[in-house]
Design a protein around this ligand. Structure first.
Ligand SMILES: Nc1nc2c(c(=O)[nH]1)N[C@H]1C(S)=C(S)[C@@H](COP(=O)(O)OP(=O)(O)OC[C@H]3O[C@@H](n4cnc5c(=O)[nH]c(N)nc54)[C@H](O)[C@@H]3O)O[C@H]1N2
Ligand SMILES: Nc1nc2c(c(=O)[nH]1)N[C@H]1C(S)=C(S)[C@@H](COP(=O)(O)OP(=O)(O)OC[C@H]3O[C@@H](n4cnc5c(=O)[nH]c(N)nc54)[C@H](O)[C@@H]3O)O[C@H]1N2
Ligand code: SF4
Ligand SMILES: [Mo]
Length: 876
């Protein structure tokens, strides 16, 4: 009998507990763990769909060298041999490892030990450089250590939540649901959102400040000055536990409300209201994420926020504090083991190289920081780095100047990639591919945003020859002749990690989990660090000072806001980020039809005025271009976007929509302190693409789309859905259909042509089942996507339904559900609109009628928007 296993979600940094029960078909039943203190049973749309991402289809299950199958022995010997040769000829700094916040702590620990301890180079960096580096640097500058002082419970205990550059509703949905539930109980609780876009989080906020890009340091400098003038500083806390208050006040003094309004593009009244709310509310939590970190002023933004909390003493106490929310499931764990090039292990810096070297018995330890991600790829391009090992990340998609990253890898002597899939844009550049075990197949620990360490437990057998990353790394280390990698299990690695955290610590370092050495790893309950020998984990830090600087005091940092951004003429600011149902480069969420339905292709959000000015019409294809590269995506015209700026999601890749890789356009500019790239700060010209023929299709078989100039492919229930664009009209459209769907020349296609408007629809039925339907038109195709997708599962025995299919229009008995809103129950916008017209006037009533929004709740803000829109329409 399969048994239920307690594990942790592999997506975002909320770190929700998951109950997984394997099913005989290789999938699993997934539910939220009611006992896990991060989520108490809740899961978001991505977490709920985890069971659908486990199929072995498209997995790479054996090692490869130059695309040919080899044994593990051969692959490991080759990796060890090639690294050895490069090191011998060019020194240890000629090799690099680029890791990920999606590695488990145990994987990460041995990767860092191998590189910094034994190979003797600090050229190991991770995608956390693109994600959390500014928060790490800001924490260290402010607190003396990389410590998140609060706990999730504070979000429920706060009287005000400020979200800065965080689309929490979509990116940390379970935390957002916890906040909304608390607000429902205490409606006086305030939510303020500071984001240039009217995101879903902004739409449910009490106050939305649509700040100009990078206006944050100015805004929080103004807030600091305001708090000082209002006498809101906690002078006792300031005197006993901080330094720098006065210098910072002098620096911020000139940032009056008027000047802040000017620098941030905000209304004076909104700035004043925010300052007053912040001044009057003691229990404030300020959550911040990539709108803060991914900027050339990222570290200053972090300290601008910390300053306001430190000066008011609102830190480390119930319901208050600055809260850097982590992105990846183990972003925090990576920092603990020293995954970044500028730190060692267990929150030690390079001044502690001697300590770590003694603990590891590693005489060759790196003594100075290595290259940070963007520099590291620069060094690969310049061939100073001759061999790179990439693990659990897809930099050809996610790094800035992504085309340059791809070129760098293509020209690099040795590229080793460890992933579950050999088809990622990065794995396609690999000389050696190592098949990694994925979520559900491997065991270890992760640390979430509130410093809580949880177990990931395997519940599936290792498929094929896939192996966990820790095992692969240790095998290579042993073959390179290094001792100290003889672990039998992740438990042994974790124990060593615990020991190191306590080694020569004596209270000098925040990260200490030495008490966990004695706990049963298998049964380890979620626990917040530090965990000292004396007892349980610790919920909050710094409420009574006790910072980890040399004098035990925090630093309030004097800051100088950057000048407002000026753009080259004709360009729009290019902001980037995430959508609700996809995870990064979609290697897993892109496998599930229901997560792919919310947004099935890449898009650019632009304001209606910009669209008009640039002659861009709704749903047209748009070209974005700048000196670094170009992209082609769908126009999504919306006033949620500010004038003068555009937003493109980061998710699409060479596998899913080759022209949609937005990072081809993002310049490699970084924060001067953290080295984190400014991924939200591109700029580009936008112009409509001259499309001769647009297409949309659904198909049972995976299509071949190389002949289309634009394509985006997504899985659908029973098959696939795709969007197409041709710059020149193909001559023979039936032949085109044959090629795309791989059907024989004599297959009996049925067609419907409307020559007047140039529409051409082609379908193939087989024994009453739809094989494919292709809709082509000179304008963007007006066919209900959701309806068309459903037709793949419908009986088409009757001539009338076949005729409807071909005309691209639902019959009267087949209502069009509209674009998907609720992915858990597959409810579309038209169904919700009908329910509203039928009398459902709040989210609960819609939920009762259609189930929509009643499972994960991630779509509740969208449902509310539809209710408002349709009630208005009904009233008109
Ligand atoms: N659905 C989903 N959830 C995820 C992920 C995912 O891929 N998909 N990834 C996870 C990871 S690794 C991360 S790091 C987090 C990221 O979580 P978030 O940081 O919440 O997500 P983003 O969409 O990257 O960006 C947040 C917001 O920053 C705003 N912003 C841009 N520039 C500025 C600025 O100058 N100032 C301010 N104040 N705001 C600005 C953007 O408009 C955007 O709405 O999400 C995690 N959760
Ligand atoms: N324009 C723009 N770019 C961005 C961002 C942005 O906001 N805008 N955000 C940045 C941020 S915050 C982040 S975190 C990055 C994320 O970017 P990436 O890390 O590049 O994206 P992922 O798709 O998460 O890549 C993870 C890879 O690891 C594989 N994988 C999953 N689990 C395992 C495992 O256990 N072992 C191994 N070996 N492989 C595994 C997956 O199949 C996948 O290929 O993107 C960054 N890039
Ligand atoms: S909020 Fe969603 S993605 Fe994040 S850990 Fe929880 S279930 Fe996973
Ligand atoms: Mo991230």
């Amino acid at each position: 009998m399969p048994t239920e296993v307690k594990t942790t979600c592999p997506y975002c940094g909320v770190g929700c507990g998951v109950l997984a029960t394997p099913k005989p078909d290789g999938s699993a039943t997934i539910s939220g763990d009611p006992d896990h203190p991060a989520n108490f049973g809740r899961l978001c749309s991505k977490g709920s769909a985890l069971g659908e991402t486990l199929s072995l289809e498209e997995r790479q299950l054996y090692p490869m060298i130059s695309g040919k199958r080899v044994s593990w022995d051969a692959a490991l010997d080759e990796v060890a041999g090639r690294l050895g040769v490069v090191i011998e000829q060019n020194g240890p700094d000629a090799v690099a490892l680029y890791g990920s916040g999606q590695l488990l702590t145990e994987d990460y620990y041995v990767a860092n030990k191998l590189m910094k301890g034994f190979i003797g180079t600090a050229n190991i960096d991770t995608n956390s450089r693109l994600c959390m580096a500014s928060s790490v640097a800001g924490h260290k500058r402010g607190f003396g250590s990389d410590t998140v002082p609060g706990a999730y419970e504070d979000l429920e205990l706060a009287d005000m939540i400020v979200l800065v550059g965080s689309n929490l509703a979509w990116c940390h949905p379970v935390l957002y649901q916890r906040i909304l539930a608390a607000k429902e109980k205490r409606p006086d609780m305030r939510i303020v959102v500071i984001d240039p876009r009217a995101t879903n989080a902004a739409q449910t906020a009490d106050l939305h400040l649509p700040i100009a890009a990078d206006g944050d340091v100015a805004l929080f400098s103004g807030l600091y000055a305001h708090l000082a003038n209002a006498g809101a500083f906690d002078m006792r806390f300031v005197a006993e536990h901080t330094r720098g208050m006065e210098v910072a006040r002098d620096a911020a003094e000139d940032w009056t409300i008027g000047r802040v309004a000017e620098a941030t593009g905000l209304a004076r009244s909104d700035v004043a209201l925010f300052f007053d709310l912040f001044t009057q509310t003691e229990k404030v939590v300020t959550i911040y994420s990539q709108g803060v970190n991914q900027s050339t002023s990222g570290v200053d933004k972090v300290n601008a926020i910390l300053n306001c909390h430190l000066a008011t003493g609102r830190i480390g106490r119930e319901g208050m504090g600055p809260f850097s929310i982590t992105g990846q499931p183990n972003a925090m764990g990576g920092r603990e083991v020293g995954g970044l090039a500028n730190m060692l292990a267990a929150h030690m810096d390079f001044d502690k190289a001697d300590t770590v070297s003694r603990f590891w018995n590693a005489p060759n330890i790196a003594v100075k920081p290595g290259l940070k991600a963007v520099e590291l790829f620069g060094a690969i391009a310049a061939r100073r780095i001759k061999a790179v090992w990439i693990m659990a990340t897809n930099p050809v998609v996610s790094l800035p100047d992504a085309d340059a990253a791809r070129r760098a890898l293509k020209n690099c002597g040795t590229v080793i990639v460890s992933d579950m899939f050999a088809t990622t844009d990065t794995a396609r550049c690999a000389d050696i591919f190592l098949p990694a075990a994925g979520w559900g197949e491997k065991s270890g620990t992760v640390t979430n945003s509130e410093r809580r360490i949880s177990r990931q437990r395997s519940f599936l057998p290792l498929p094929g020859e896939a192996r966990p990353d820790w095992w692969i790394i240790c095998q290579v280390a042993k073959r390179m002749g290094f001792s100290g990698f003889d672990y039998a299990s992740p438990a042994e690695i974790f124990a060593e990690h615990c020991e190191l955290s306590g080694f020569e610590n004596n209270g000098s370092r925040d990260f200490d989990i030495s008490a966990l050495v004695d706990r049963d790893y298998e049964a380890l309950e979620p626990v917040q660090w530090p965990v000292l020998r004396s007892g349980a984990g610790q919920k909050r830090l710094f409420g009574k000072g006790g910072f980890f600087s040399v004098d035990g005091k925090a630093r309030i940092v004097a800051l100088n806001p950057p000048p407002p951004r000026t753009l080259p003429p004709g360009q729009l600011l290019l902001n980037t980020g995430r959508v609700r149902d996809h995870w990064h480069t979609m290697t897993r969420t892109g496998k599930t039809p229901r997560l792919s339905a919310h947004y099935a292709e890449p898009f650019v959000e632009i304001h209606p005025d910009d669209a008009e000015r640039l002659s861009i019409r709704r749903t047209q294809l748009v070209r974005l271009e700048n000196a670094f590269g170009s992209a082609i995506v769908r126009a999504l015209v919306t006033d949620r976007q500010q004038k003068g700026s555009a937003f493109v999601p980061m998710h699409w890749t060479g596998e899913t929509a080759p022209t949609g890789r937005v990072n081809a356009l993002i310049p490699p500019y970084t924060d001067p302190i953290s080295g984190q790239p400014a991924l939200k700060m591109g700029c580009a010209t936008l112009s409509p693409v001259d499309v001769a023929l647009y297409g949309f299709a659904v198909s049972r078989v995976k299509p071949k789309l190389h002949m289309a100039d634009y394509w985006a492919l997504a899985p659908a229930e029973h098959g696939w859905r795709m969007e197409l664009g041709f710059w020149q009209r193909p001559e023979d459209l039936s032949r085109l259909a044959h090629t795309i769907f791989g059907v024989s020349e004599d297959a009996a296609l049925t067609t419907s042509i409307d020559a007047r408007v140039g529409r051409f629809n082609i379908a193939l039925f087989d024994s009453g089942r739809l094989v494919f339907a292709l809709f082509l038109a000179p304008e963007p195709v007006l066919v209900s996507r959701q309806w068309a997708v459903e037709q793949l599962g419908v009986d088409h025995g009757a001539a009338a339904t076949r005729a409807n299919m071909l005309s691209g229009r639902p019959g009267a008995d087949m209502p069009d559900p509209g674009p998907l809103v609720c992915s858990c129950f597959g409810v579309g916008a038209n169904q919700i609109a009908d329910a509203v017209v039928g009398g459902c006037h709040d989210v609960a009533a819609v939920g009762e009628a259609l189930n929509a929004g009643t499972n994960c709740g991630s779509c509740r803000t969208e449902i509310r928007r539809l209710i408002d829109a349709h009630r208005l329409a009904a009233a008109e």
